[in-house]
Design a protein around this ligand. Structure first.
Ligand code: FAD
Length: 552
């Protein structure tokens, strides 16, 4: 793989057909589609891939059952179709998950209404849901989900959607694009738009946030895929009135030992009946989300004490035996939904569909949508860019179909047809030559897919790479090297927040591992002492931001 410096140099030296601004899932989907069509494409991301909303979602690849309530059938149909496609191209990252939908005597809708909705939901997926829904009796619920409140429970449908790892889905999408010739660069912030002699947007001025220098990237078309920053980037051009009305969503993470769930559970908040979820997450459980309007700086978004109390209230209404308190909260994350403004009366009625806008100066903006539908959104926006190229008479030769719906993401290459994670874990165990245990092997393949086998090889070859980052947890130094060498990680935050995700999973949010990770990165990337210290500090500040709710 090329180094960051080589990719940065290419940004300034080459002429691109498409420049994508923003390395969240939307930009990642666009750049993959473009690269697979044979276009010359670059991606610039101001921070890290999935720095924004794309690492702060509910991590579901789903049709969105509740959109049926609003009659948004086409949105649900598109999403459940995409769920199927993503299960095929990223089976290691998109996994079936059962959702319990408890209906109580006080619930707004009865069991039969929900069951009709679930038939429709399964029907819209052409009955190819991960599994068809069924309804559990109160007794079955007590056995299958012992923490769930069964007082005045009328019935409990069980339906299926998929869970994913949003940050890794974004990352693997970019890695696939890079393997097809795209030039993605992180810590590359767009500060201005470049125009041709007719005033049309034809590139961007980009600052290297790590080395504080700039370059000019030239491209026939420029796509703004900056999620909550959409209007800020549009304002660099001739963008008209703001497109977005962002809402904030907060999740909290607790130890599975405190709230053990076997399924995801659909919760309705006791105060306002908003839908939210409790979701099992390996050795943790997370609950979310809130939904409130937000007009601050997207980079500062974080949970407040009210957000956490709101989530605790819902958890304790549905899982009274767990009796969670603020002390149980290991971590929180807060994300902004880049929702298209529609003068909606309340937050949860704002549309989730995406929109593509081409401004008078040719800047193409794509905003809104969902993680689940990123692949289709990518295809659509690149088709729009090609239309623009056609108008300019600048469609390059040799443009082909992208086939993004059948080409596997990097970790899915060689994945078994029957989606047997344990068979791949066996291969990783063999490759490790006894240097890791079966839990670690499973950990590797669940996150890295078949590339987990390569990681196990590395760990077999070098005992240093087997050093744990946190005692008792599966993450080792090998993941740090892998993040640097294969996953374009440039900072301690990249490694601890979005690659290993110790930030969310470790009781200490990875603070105890920060020095070790910084030492390794300093050694591998040639950082001086000042940079190493800054990196640790920046990580500590990130943890402090996520814990700010505790002190206010
Ligand atoms: P982002 O991920 O925010 O990416 C935008 C990127 O642009 C950022 O990385 C940012 O650093 C970069 N950027 C900004 N300015 C510049 C600049 N000047 N130069 C270069 N780069 C720049 N969808 C689902 O399908 N399933 C779910 O379960 C789900 N849950 C959600 C829960 C919450 C709480 C939220 C908020 C959203 C959820 N969504 C879900 C929706 C989904 O997460 C978002 O639609 C999606 O992540 C948006 O991705 P994006 O790439 O458009 O934006």
């Amino acid at each position: 793989m090329e180094t960051r410096e080589q990719r940065w140099d290419r940004l300034g030296q080459e002429a691109f057909d498409v420049l994508v601004i923003g390395g969240g899932i939307t930009g990642a989907g666009a750049v993959r589609d473009a690269a697979r069509r044979g276009l010359r494409v670059a991606l610039v991301e101001a921070e890290d891939f999935a720095f924004g909303t794309s690492s702060r979602s509910s991590k579901l690849v789903h049709g969105g059952l509740r959109y049926l309530e609003h009659g948004e059938f086409s949105l649900v149909f598109e999403a459940v179709s995409e769920r199927r496609v993503l299960q095929n191209i990223a089976p290691h990252l998109v996994n079936p998950l059962g959702f319990l939908f408890p209906i109580y005597a006080s619930s707004k809708r009865g069991v039969n209404t929900i069951r009709v909705g679930l038939w429709l939901y399964d029907g819209l997926s052409l009955f190819r849901s991960p599994k068809l829904h069924r309804t559990l009796s109160r007794k079955q619920v007590q056995v299958e989900e012992p923490h769930l409140n069964v007082e005045r429970l009328k019935g409990c449908p069980l339906y299926y959607d998929c869970a994913t790892d949003d940050a890794r889905l974004t990352l693997e999408t970019v890695l696939d694009a890079a393997a097809c010739g795209a030039v993605p660069v992180t810590y590359a912030r767009v500060e201005g738009l470049v125009r041709d002699d007719r005033g049309r947007v034809a590139g961007a001025q980009v600052r290297d946030m790590l080395r504080d220098c700039t370059t000019t990237v030239r491209a026939t078309t420029v796509i703004n895929a900056t999620g909550p920053w959409t209007d800020k980037v549009r304002s660099l051009g001739q963008g008209g009135k703001p497109l977005l009305r962002p809402t904030k969503g907060v999740h909290m993470v607790v130890d599975k030992k405190r709230l053990h769930l076997n399924h995801a559970v659909v919760l309705r908040h006791p105060d306002d009946a908003r839908v939210m979820f409790g979701i099992p997450w390996g050795d943790r459980t997370y609950v979310g989300t809130t939904d409130t309007f937000y007009d601050g700086d997207p980079a500062d978004v974080c949970a407040t004490s009210e957000d956490v109390d709101y989530l605790l209230e819902a958890s304790n209404a549905f899982f009274p035996r767990a009796d969670l308190t603020r002390d149980d909260v290991i971590a929180t994350w807060a994300g902004l939904r880049p929702l298209i403004s529609e003068d909606a009366e309340n937050e949860s009625a704002v549309s989730r569909e995406h929109e593509i806008v081409v401004d008078a100066d040719g800047l193409i903006t794509i905003a809104g949508g969902k993680l689940t539908t990123f692949r289709r959104m990518g295809a659509e926006v690149i088709s729009r860019a090609l239309e623009l190229m056609a108008l300019l008479g600048q469609v390059p030769d040799g443009v082909r179909d992208a086939h993004t719906g059948r080409e596997p993401l990097p970790g899915a290459v060689g994945w078994p047809e029957d989606d047997d994670h344990s068979a791949v874990a066996e291969q990783a165990l063999d490759a490790s030559q006894g240097s890791i245990d079966s839990d670690q092997a499973r950990y590797l393949v669940d996150r890295y897919g078949t590339r987990g086998i390569d990681l196990a090889h590395c760990m077999a070859a070098d005992p240093v790479l087997r050093e744990r980052l946190v005692q008792g947890r599966p993450e080792t130094l090998a993941l740090v090297d892998w993040a640097i060498d294969k996953e374009m990680a440039c900072t301690v935050r990249d490694v601890l927040i979005r690659r290993t995700q110790l930030f969310f999973r470790d009781h200490d949010q990875g603070l105890g591992a920060a020095e070790q990770v910084a030492d390794r990165m300093a050694e591998r990337l040639g950082w001086n002492e000042e940079r190493r210290t800054e990196e640790v500090l920046a990580y500590q500040q990130e943890v402090a931001l996520s814990r700010r709710w505790r002190s206010v």
